[in-house]
Design a protein. Structure first.
Length: 67
């Protein structure tokens, strides 16, 4: 994946610490993630399907047994 140019911050970023979050850029085949405080540094890139499963997992209620 070449360096994307369509970076977006989360709608949950809001004001205040809103600059301290990750940014995501997507293409038909990949999703890229970077630190908004250091956009010139490393970018993590994932296949779209894997990143979609990751996001879906974050939205699922926790299924662990209480300790």
């Amino acid at each position: 994946m070449s360096t994307p140019d369509n970076w977006h911050k989360s709608s949950y970023s809001g004001g205040g610490d809103g600059n301290n979050c990750v940014e995501i850029a997507t293409s038909p085949t990949h999703a890229a993630v970077r630190d908004s405080k250091a956009p010139a540094r490393a970018t993590l890139t994932f296949p779209t399907a894997a990143f979609t499963r990751f996001l879906e997992g974050l939205k699922e209620p926790e299924r662990r047994e209480p300790a």
